[in-house]
Design a protein around this ligand. Sequence first.
Ligand code: SUD
Ligand code: ADP
Length: 290
Amino acid sequence: MRLRALAKINLGLDVLRKREDGYHELRMIMQTINMYDQLDIEISKTPGIKITTNLPFIPVNESNLVYKAAKLLMDEFQVEQGITVDLQKFIPVAAGMAGGSSDAAATMIGVNRLFGLGLSVKELMERGVKIGADVPYCLLRGTALAEGIGDKLRALPACPDCYVLIGKPAISVSTKFVYENLHANELEYHPEIDKMLDAIQWHNLNKIADCMGNVLETVTIPHYPVIQKIKDHMKEHGALNAMMSGSGPTVFGLFDDKATAENACEALRESRLARTVFLTTVFNNGGRRK
Ligand SMILES: C[C@@](CO)(OP(=O)(O)O)[C@H](O)COP(=O)(O)OP(=O)(O)OC[C@H]1O[C@@H](n2ccc(N)nc2=O)[C@H](O)[C@@H]1O
Ligand SMILES: Nc1ncnc2c1ncn2[C@@H]1O[C@H](COP(=O)(O)OP(=O)(O)O)[C@@H](O)[C@H]1O
């Protein structure tokens, strides 16, 4: 069984407060994009979960989110057979694009189907949150408002079709570092999430772009100026707006015109500001609304 695990970007990311347990309460607009990892999942006669992957630095043991997702369902339903999973990674790793979470979501869909477990997407989402806060969203896909630690979800009308230019610089940013250095209770700036919700209702791409904002940039940009440089580069080349996704360091730009997006993509490649440069489009669940 072949599955696609799609990446996400955050069109908006606000942090409301730091909770007593150290975690942060968020308010985010999530959007799935047509950039994906490919998973081939098969039943094997030998018990256990065997993972192979094209990236040598990704763990293939029980710390892989694919393993955790498969084990969660196989243990609960006492599946005696095993599975093999070949994971071809194309989504940049540790990039703020939920690659691992999406792999986990795809694995849950695959295991549910292969073994006929009969779980609904909602039932998979309830279990997925045990693996990671972004996993329920990766099962839902499309345009959504995410609150809590990212697990409280509301599906939204589809974001208008547009081009998404991805630029990931050759740096690693730890999510833990970003949250630890965010002074959540003293933030002066908050993105306009409510206005973006209106813009999504009105299907207005220009307004959506105007409302884009990510408070985590207040931590990452001073430490890693290349993030600002990639944003500026995309805007100078015609992006409606450009922003860091999640905890970064990936930057994305939105474009309403294909030729402009292709030109910006080529220019970003030539600039060498980013190691991974990829032009894609937004993905919406069968176009919930055009
Ligand atoms: C920023 C977001 C937005 O979708 O995504 P990505 O950048 O990963 O895509 C998420 O909040 C990333 O959440 P997640 O990827 O689950 O973070 P984890 O690895 O579980 O957590 C790493 C560390 O970040 C902090 N953390 C995480 C989530 C949260 N709501 N508050 C936090 O304070 C915790 O200190 C935790 O130890
Ligand atoms: N299937 C997987 N794909 C990618 N990374 C994984 C996976 N399973 C576990 N990991 C580990 O999770 C970490 C971050 O994963 P990833 O989901 O790519 O980041 P992000 O949440 O920033 O999008 C990596 O350091 C990696 O070692």
